[in-house]
Design a protein around this ligand. Structure first.
Ligand SMILES: NC(=O)c1ccc[n+]([C@@H]2O[C@H](COP(=O)([O-])OP(=O)(O)OC[C@H]3O[C@@H](n4cnc5c(N)ncnc54)[C@H](OP(=O)(O)O)[C@@H]3O)[C@@H](O)[C@H]2O)c1
Length: 275
């Protein structure tokens, strides 16, 4: 029988590392820990090996198209595709970071939204029947939508939103951030929050697009891991990374023909209404 494959982006540390740990214990197949930095990735694999777990490693920088293409080719040639994709990799500037808001908006959207989209464009066509795709979003995304001008937030929430429209909206946010007019035109003052609004809306768009896909029972879902003690949260989060990994791993491991999940967002394994 063909090997089953799970891939977790940005998994050399934090929640992604804990998702790999959880999947190594429960997923019936090979689990790929991926990292933009090969050394950090291989060190993380060694750490899990010390726990008696055996993840595999592949380099992946979600902001580098060549790196995405390399992983795509590798998975296609070696396994004919993959079964689980967890889009976990992301960045967040610290409050005291000296970078201008313009720079933060451009770099954050490029990584968290566009990078995730580019990985999806490369790997969703390779997802096998009964495959599961989990996009790490955040409660900060919901807060950002709530703080947005109503007519703008309606666009992100629209059930008929297209991928192209979503990309344009985030481009509009970055252009406005560079001009210093983003709050004037109704966007919230958070680059990270906007990137996660993008991920939440993208999940809905992708799920709708899957309706016309001949492959059986592929689910694509978003989730919030909660407030987790990682480098990203400056270790202010109340959950451990293993606790933060519970919902993403649960979604990644959903059994065949699970109902009520397609295109939805989850927190603590429960439906999280953001629209
Ligand atoms: N922590 C929280 O409270 C919280 C709350 C809500 C949602 N989330 C979401 O949960 C996910 C994981 O967050 P975390 O707290 O575990 O963050 P983290 O500790 O900062 O880890 C982020 C991971 O993403 C990787 N990464 C960053 N840019 C990348 C790129 N271009 N290509 C590939 N990998 C990249 C990092 O690699 P390097 O080591 O090379 O930097 C690292 O492995 C994120 O999507 C985050 O937005 C977190």
């Amino acid at each position: 029988m063909a090997s089953r494959i799970a891939v977790v982006t940005g998994s050399n540390k934090g929640i992604g590392f804990a998702i790999v740990r959880a999947l190594c214990k429960e997923f019936d197949g090979y689990v790929y820990l991926t990292a933009r930095d090969e050394e950090r990735g291989k060190k993380a694999v060694e750490d899990l090996e010390k726990e008696g777990l055996h993840p595999k490693f592949h380099q992946l920088d979600i902001t580098n198209q060549k790196s995405i293409d390399n992983l795509q080719k590798y998975l296609k040639d070696k396994y004919g595709g993959l079964d689980v994709l967890v889009n976990n990799a992301a960045i967040a500037y610290k409050k005291k970071d000296a970078a201008s808001f313009a720079e933060q908006a451009e770099v954050t959207i490029a990584c968290n939204f566009t990078g995730t989209l580019d990985v999806c464009k490369a790997l969703l066509p390779l997802i096998k029947p009964h495959g599961r795709v989990v996009n790490l979003a955040s409660f900060v995304g919901k807060r950002s939508l709530d703080g947005m001008r109503d007519d703008l937030s309606s666009k992100f929430k629209s059930p008929s939103l297209t991928e192209a429209e979503l990309v344009s909206l985030l481009e509009e946010f970055v252009v406005a951030a560079k001009a210093g007019t983003h709050t004037e035109i109704g966007y919230p003052n958070t680059a990270y929050g906007m990137s996660k609004v993008g991920v939440m809306a993208l999940t809905g768009v992708q799920a709708r697009d899957l309706k016309n896909d001949p492959r059986e029972d592929i689910l694509i879902m978003a989730c919030c891991p909660g407030h987790v003690d990682t480098d990203m949260s400056s270790h202010q989060g109340t959950k451990t990374p293993d606790e933060g990994a519970e919902t993403p791993a649960y979604l990644a491991l959903l059994p065949p023909n699970s109902n009520g999940f397609q295109g939805e967002m989850f927190q603590d394994k429960k439906l999280y209404q953001w629209r």
